[in-house]
Design a protein around this ligand. Structure first.
Ligand SMILES: Cc1cc2nc3c(=O)[nH]c(=O)nc-3n(C[C@H](O)[C@H](O)[C@H](O)COP(=O)(O)OP(=O)(O)OC[C@H]3O[C@@H](n4cnc5c(N)ncnc54)[C@H](O)[C@@H]3O)c2cc1C
Length: 389
């Protein structure tokens, strides 16, 4: 019998497994993939993420992997008009190829039992009576199950989650590029709005640039159904993005791709399975805060789960505290993120937003601040934990 089964070894899963293992709980961290692996993501780590890394004791390791500092954000309208804004604190750029492996290893070092190539299916049970699940075909028992399996997975269907009833029109693609423009992008993240979607360019280790976009499925279909053509025919209509890509060459073998990116609200629990990270709710990618939020949901649930496992909090109190803590910390930025995402998909609104941010820089600063959490970590950790109790 494990104390906790954590489903998914992305940021949320590795972080919570590490923290629960540090508290001497018996944790099984099951990841269906094997590391290292590429993953669709803009790979921009907002300052808030660094605070979590510091608490997990991995910030230095993240830096040693070659994470690139990012200090400025440039937004461009579909016309190419640009506006630059200093970030309130430096962000980092590191590939998921390096980051997820590093976090998984850190969780295992902390005492979690990590299994890779281990898909979890058939989750059943309750917080009161305990759970069973199949992990790579083997039946395991756990007192608590944390769903950290990302934005959309087969398990959502098995758990009959209501958000699946809504279709979403968003597709996403990502690849790494290299070339002369990589140097001019040093320390800058660029977000280019274009017909059919928006595209982010962000530096990662090894002098590479992450090129990642989210677009409307109609824009993909109109341009023949391939990411290369979608980029060429739709997104590169933005002259600023076109100019950047002229001197960049794709170095990834293929694009990572995802469809049905679910930005709608989700429930925090499916039955008694507690959802964290994207499984609890995904913030619009252009906020660049999804990974930080995944880490913060782990920080939020960790003391509550620890209390539940130690008998200091019953199932109802655990559920209530997590639901209300989540809404308090993330509800507002999720709503704002959906609003900014909708604007980015309308060329007229995107143009107006960029022009207004140029004319009124405090608006840009307000948007940047309010689509993410606090950057400073040391003090925030214990406060978060205390607030959760
Ligand atoms: C286009 C796009 C761009 C983005 N850009 C950024 C960005 O620049 N910055 C940022 O902070 N965020 C960004 N995000 C969001 C970010 O990628 C997510 O918020 C983040 O990965 C969430 O972490 P997670 O741990 O919740 O889930 P994930 O990182 O998705 O990890 C979930 C893990 O669960 C595993 N899994 C799934 N099902 C099972 C199962 N049944 N059994 C075992 N394992 C399972 C998966 O293999 C995966 O490894 C972007 C998202 C998109 C779509």
């Amino acid at each position: 019998m494990y104390d906790a089964l954590v489903i998914g070894g992305g940021l949320a899963g590795c972080s919570v497994a590490l923290q629960l293992a540090r508290d001497d709980h018996r944790v099984l961290l099951a990841e269906q993939a094997t590391y290292p692996r590429h993953k669709l993501c803009g790979e921009f780590l907002s300052p808030e993420a660094q605070a979590s890394f510091e608490r997990l004791g991995v910030l230095e390791a993240v830096r040693r992997k070659g994470a690139r500092p990012i200090r400025t954000a440039r937004l461009t309208a579909p016309t190419g008009t640009a506006t630059d804004h200093a970030l309130p604190h430096a962000a980092l750029g590191l590939s998921r190829y390096e980051l997820d492996r590093l976090l998984f290893q850190a969780a295992c070092r902390a005492g979690a039992e990590g299994r890779t190539g281990a898909r979890v299916t058939n989750v059943q049970g309750t917080l009161k009576g305990g759970f069973t699940a199949s992990v790579d075909g083997e039946t395991v028992e756990a007192r608590l199950v944390l769903g950290a399996y990302g934005r959309r997975a087969r398990l959502d269907r098995a758990l009959e989650r209501p958000f699946l009833e809504q279709q979403t029109p968003y597709v996403g693609f990502k690849a790494h590029y290299a070339g002369p423009a990589a140097r001019s992008l040093d320390a800058t993240i660029e977000l280019h709005s274009a017909p059919g979607g928006y595209c982010g360019l962000s530096p990662v280790e090894g002098d590479r640039i992450n090129v990642c976009w989210i677009g409307h499925v109609d824009a993909l279909t109109d341009s023949g159904g391939t990411p290369t053509e979608m980029l060429r025919q739709k997104l590169r209509q933005n002259p600023a993005l076109d100019e950047r890509l002229q001197t960049l060459t794709r170095v990834s073998d293929a694009f990572e791709a995802v469809s049905q990116v679910p930005l709608m609200p989700k429930s925090r629990f499916a039955g008694d399975v507690c959802m964290i990270g994207d499984a609890a709710g995904m913030i619009a990618p252009l906020c660049g805060d999804g990974m930080a939020m995944a880490l913060r949901t782990a920080d939020l649930v960790h003391p509550l789960a620890s209390d539940f496992l130690a008998g200091r909090r019953d199932a109802a109190a655990f559920r209530g505290a997590y639901r209300s803590g989540w809404t308090r910390r993330f509800g507002r930025r999720m709503r704002l993120g959906r609003w900014v995402n909708a604007a980015a998909f309308r060329p007229g609104a995107a143009r107006m937003l960029v022009h207004t941010c140029r004319a009124v820089p405090p608006l840009a600063r307000w948007l940047i601040r309010n689509t993410r959490g606090r950057a400073t970590g040391r003090a925030t950790g214990p406060r978060l934990a205390a607030a959760g109790r």
